[in-house]
Design a protein around this ligand. Structure first.
Ligand code: ADP
Length: 162
C-alpha cells in the first residue's frame, strides 16, 4: 500500500490543488491531504472550515482522505505510514522555497521523499492568496475554485466587518 501526503494550508482549496490531488491519486494507493494548522499564517478559514472544504471538493476521489497536522511534517508522514510528500510546482517562483523545504525535510528524515508535480498549465497562475484577493474585491472566482469554496468565500467575505 503506497501512501503519499499532500500537505498545505489550503486556505482555501483551489482547482490547482485539486488538479495535483487527482494526479497523485492516480499514482498512489492512498493520498492524505494534510491541512496544516498554520495559525501563524493568519488563515481566512478556520482549520475545521479548510478541512470541510477539502473533504467536499475531493469526495469524488475514493482513495483520497483529508486530515490535519501540526509540528514537523516528516514526523507526521512517518506516523501515517507514508514514504513521500507531494508538493505542487507552479512556476519558477515556487522553486527556490520548495527546493529549500525539500532538502531540509530530507535532512530531518532521509526516508521521506519529496515529489513535485506540475498542474495543468491553466492553473499555474492560481494561488489561494490571489483567489481571496479577487473574491474580496467582488470578482468572480467560479473558474478557479469549486462551487462550495466560492460560496464559502462569499459568506466569509460579506460577513467580515470592513
Ligand atoms: P503552503 O502554505 O504549504 O504553501 P498551499 O495550500 O498554498 O500551502 O499549497 C500547498 C501546495 O500546493 C504547495 O506545494 C503549493 O506549491 C501547491 N499549490 C498551490 N496552488 C497550486 C496550483 N495552482 N497548482 C499547483 N500546485 C499548487
Amino acid at each position: 500500500m503506497r501512501t503519499v501526503i499532500y500537505p498545505g494550508s489550503f486556505d482555501p482549496i483551489t482547482n490547482g490543488h485539486i488538479d495535483i490531488i487527482q494526479r497523485a491519486a492516480k499514482l498512489f494507493d492512498k493520498v492524505i491531504v494534510a491541512v496544516a494548522r498554520n495559525e501563524s499564517k493568519n488563515p481566512l478559514f478556520t482549520l475545521q472550515e479548510r478541512i470541510e472544504l477539502v473533504s467536499v471538493s475531493a469526495k469524488h476521489l475514493p482513495n483520497v482522505v483529508c486530515d490535519t497536522f501540526e509540528g514537523l511534517l516528516v514526523n507526521y508522514v512517518e506516523a501515517q505510514g507514508g514514504g513521500a510528500v507531494i508538493r505542487g510546482l507552479r512556476a519558477i517562483s515556487d522553486f527556490e522555497f520548495e527546493f529549500q523545504l525539500a532538502l531540509m525535510n530530507r535532512k530531518l528524515n532521509e526516508r521521506v521523499e519529496t515529489i513535485f508535480m506540475m498542474p495543468k498549465d491553466t492553473y499555474t497562475f492560481l494561488s489561494s492568496r490571489i483567489v481571496k484577493e479577487i473574491a474580496g474585491l467582488g470578482g468572480d472566482v467560479s473558474a478557479f475554485v469549486p462551487q462550495v469554496v466560492r460560496t464559502a468565500l462569499l459568506e466569509k467575505l460579506t460577513k467580515k466587518p470592513d
